[in-house]
Design a binder for this molecule. Structure first.
Ligand SMILES: C[S@@+](CC[C@H](N)C(=O)[O-])C[C@H]1O[C@@H](n2cnc3c(N)ncnc32)[C@H](O)[C@@H]1O
Length: 220
């Protein structure tokens, strides 16, 4: 898979691309990530990419031409262009599983007051990562890319995400590691029993219990 991220702040992605699981996925050639500064596509003096809003109001608005030219420089018949936008559909694990099937994603990050409305004619969809406002689309683009990359074959063990929260509409079961006891808090005996059938059953019941208590809305 290839992910192109269009941004005005490429350096924000330095840590994201050079650490841990994402770094290894890139090194293994499972994903290719290109960070593209759409300021490079401005034809104006000083590579200007934003201006004041028509009709007045606060903040600067991102202009359409550099964004569209940046998109078109990368777009092929296989591309899906996604606008990072708080007005978009709220992102879910189910959506990550759908997007992992794509060959090429172009993620467009806004900043300041947002985009000139006409950008909506040049994208396939809009994604929000939740009902709150961030300063820019860079963190949403990282969140979306991260959630997809970890699902790609060869990145993490399949069993690691098969029983995770949100698969089968359940939250994950409780997990423990050493020490056996900490300040009187013990690891449940069942996990030390060696009875894998019973452990499986216990975990499933704990998943249902947890989901009912924390996210009853997930249970259908
Ligand atoms: C300050 S926000 C602009 C918000 C816009 N004025 C509005 O009220 O809809 C700047 C940029 O950050 C990104 N952004 C902010 N919050 C986001 C969210 N919850 N999900 C996805 N992108 C977000 C978008 O790219 C947006 O264009």
């Amino acid at each position: 898979m290839t992910i192109d991220i269009l941004t005005l702040f490429p350096k924000m992605f330095d840590g994201f691309l050079s650490e841990s699981i994402i770094k290894r996925a890139i090194e293994k050639g499972i994903v290719k990530i290109n960070i593209i500064n759409f300021r490079d596509f401005s034809r104006l003096n000083n590579h200007q990419v934003d201006d004041t809003p028509y009709g007045g109001g606060g903040g600067m608005v991102l202009m359409v031409p550099p964004l569209v030219e940046a998109i078109e420089s990368r777009k092929t018949a296989e591309s899906k262009v996604i606008l990072m936008c708080p007005q978009g559909k709220t992102y879910t694990e189910e959506k990550a599983l759908k997007l992992k099937q794509e060959k090429h994603l172009i993620l467009v990050c806004g900043h300041y007051e947002g985009f000139d409305e006409r950008i909506r004619n040049f994208v396939d969809e809009e994604i929000s990562i939740g009902d709150y406002i961030l300063t820019g689309g860079e963190i949403p683009a990282m969140a979306v890319s991260d959630s997809i990359i970890r699902l790609l074959d060869g990145v993490i063990k399949e069993e690691s995400y098969q029983e995770e929260s949100f698969s089968n509409n359940l939250l994950d079961y409780p997990t423990y590691t050493k020490p056996l006891e900490f300040r009187g808090l013990k690891v449940p005996d069942i996990l030390l029993s060696g009875n894998h059938e019973k452990i499986k059953e216990w975990r499933r019941l704990e998943q249902i219990k947890k989901t009912k208590a924390k996210r009853n809305d997930l249970l259908k």
